[in-house]
Design a protein around this ligand. Structure first.
Ligand code: C2E
Ligand code: MG
Ligand code: MG
Ligand code: MG
Length: 289
């Protein structure tokens, strides 16, 4: 019976793998078309400044997040297709499209929203993009085409990516030379650590949501956030707390000195039109004496 069960389990497993492969293959073909047909679009999540008095600065920045309006499947999220795009060589084209769309929206907000316009635009970069030659030139051209001040663009990389070798470091330094800001995304989940932060040419550390989720109930995680903020500060970097969902979590990360926050408490990712509304209906940031 055990053998029969094992065989049966294998059949189930094999079918599962086959279905996955078909799904991936299908998405891969569809993804090529998606780029040409304009099925990819960006949503934006506010990144708010956490002020000392407990209020927030809504115009601190926004992060662009890619979405795919699939003709049959509906909205597909990046966790389902960024990996596929990397494997089949489409990530460069997707990354460029996302950056161009986000820069165009950002430039329009700067023209139209005055003091309510976000001051920083964050865009994610994948590992495969950082391996590509000519990345700096393409980023520079897209910024120029949209009249972006270099300091208003932040490119986000993940820890595993940043821990790579010499080529990646050179690429990061090339981006820095353009005046672009760099952020280390999902900090705390990968292999690099507080002791190697100083090796990376980043301006900002984004503390992963998993720490923030536990911050209000676990003293251990609160201490880890505190330590990260201290080390980042000592290196001249600022910090963003990711995935803030409750006022309690916001209070803890503020008390520990995080400069900015992002999460459903403030807003979910919104369409370009909806975030415009979110930005302009808000009270203007308090004037600092
Ligand atoms: P990320 O850069 O760390 O982005 C934050 C993710 O957390 C987003 O998921 C966002 O919707 C989600 N999030 C924000 N606040 C909360 C919260 O309070 N609670 C919870 N549960 N989730 C929250 P999303 O949009 O699904 O993106 C997932 C990841 O996909 C991103 O993580 C980023 O690594 C990658 N990604 C997104 N857009 C792009 C892109 O244009 N290019 C590349 N290469 N990667 C992208
Ligand atoms: Mg990010
Ligand atoms: Mg993140
Ligand atoms: Mg994340």
């Amino acid at each position: 019976a055990a053998k029969a069960d094992g065989g049966n389990q294998f059949a189930v497993f094999a079918r599962h793998m086959r279905e996955r492969a078909i799904l991936r293959g299908g998405l891969q073909a569809d993804l090529r078309n998606a780029i040409e047909r304009g099925e990819l679009y960006t949503v934006y999540q506010p990144v708010v400044g956490l002020l000392d008095d407990g209020r927030i600065d809504r115009a601190a920045g926004v992060e662009a997040l890619v979405r795919w309006r699939h003709p049959l499947r509906g909205e597909v999220g990046p966790s389902e297709f960024i990996g596929i795009a990397e494997d089949c060589g489409l990530i460069g084209a997707i990354g460029e499209q996302v950056l161009a769309m986000a820069c165009a929206d950002f430039a329009r907000w700067r023209r139209q929203l005055g003091a309510n316009a976000p001051r920083l635009l964050a865009v994610n970069l994948s590992r495969a993009q950082l391996n590509q030659s000519g990345l700096c030139e393409r980023v520079s051209a897209i910024m120029a085409a949209n009249g972006m001040e270099p300091g208003s663009l932040q490119l986000e990389i993940t820890e595993s990516l940043a821990a790579q070798g010499r080529d990646i470091q050179d690429q990061l330094l090339g981006l820095k030379a353009l005046g672009v800001k760099l952020a280390l995304d999902d900090f705390g989940t990968g292999y690099s650590s507080l002791s190697s932060l100083h090796l990376l040419p980043v301006d900002t550390v984004k503390i992963d949501r998993s720490f923030i989720t536990l911050a209000a109930t676990s003293r251990h995680h609160e201490v880890l956030i505190e330590a990260t903020v201290k080390v980042a500060r000592s290196l001249g970097m600022n910090t963003v707390a990711e995935g803030i969902e409750t006022p309690q979590q916001a209070a803890v990360v503020s008390a520990q000195g995080c400069d900015k926050g992002q999460g459903y408490l403030y807003s979910r990712p919104l369409s370009g039109a909806a975030i415009e509304q979110w930005l302009i209906t808000s009270a203007p940031p308090p004037s600092r004496a």
